[in-house]
Design a protein around this ligand. Sequence first.
Ligand code: SAM
Length: 261
Amino acid sequence: MRIHTCLAFQVLLPCLFGSLPAAIPAAEEKLKANADTRYEYRQQHDPNGIGKFYLGREIAHVMGHQAADWLERPEREDEEKPELLLKALKLKPGDAVADIGAGTGYYSWRMAKAVGESGLVYAVDIQQEMLDLLAQKMAERKITNVKGVLGTITDPKLKSNSLDLVLMVDVYHEFDHPCEMLQAICQALKPDGRVVFIEFRAEDPKVPIKEVHKMSAAQVRKEMSVQPLEWMETIETLPWQHIIIFKKKAQPTRSVNSPKP
Ligand SMILES: C[S@@+](CC[C@H](N)C(=O)[O-])C[C@H]1O[C@@H](n2cnc3c(N)ncnc32)[C@H](O)[C@@H]1O
């Protein structure tokens, strides 16, 4: 993976962001070619972005595993108030959930506690190095209900109809194929399953994050309007981030009396 240094945070710790793995398997390359009409490429773009645009938004570089320490910085508790996010998720014991773009598992272990021993957290990432760090952290915390999953840039590799909730913290804006990822995520949700986006507020210039690493609530809703999702609520209890919650749309059911196609 090619890595270059950049400052995602304008005033906070520097972190490393890298481009995606150079070798993309053939099947994914094919899917990429078919899907590329959805995406626009511009020569002139933000240096913190990859020059690829989705519905008017530039996609950011993926954060490299070399910056993993930054995800565990002590000041993060004050900046993000994870306990407030967990409260907003309203998880129940026994829930099956996924933390997509889990990184070192900063939110995976918190969700694991909330769903309890009868529940399960799938921690998905595209970097094996992140999953190795995550496994180490879960072992240190004696957490046994988090399962690491190596996803790809188009597929989180989750079972259909299996999840009550999918959480994405500070990751959606760096998905190389946001549309394909969300299609796969919707497929993995149970009926009524929820998808939760945590993104730094683009509407607030005081949030000290580079532009392509932020998203407005309106942009998230615009991008989700093409998915089988229904917006539920946007919660603004976190210091810097939106909590934006969607629910899987009910599938139309055919009544017993309706004619067969
Ligand atoms: C900025 S980190 C956030 C990590 C974690 N959510 C947190 O808040 O601590 C973004 C993570 O998303 C991962 N990522 C990027 N694109 C992904 C994709 N398409 N599927 C799964 N993980 C992805 C990166 O490898 C990286 O570990």
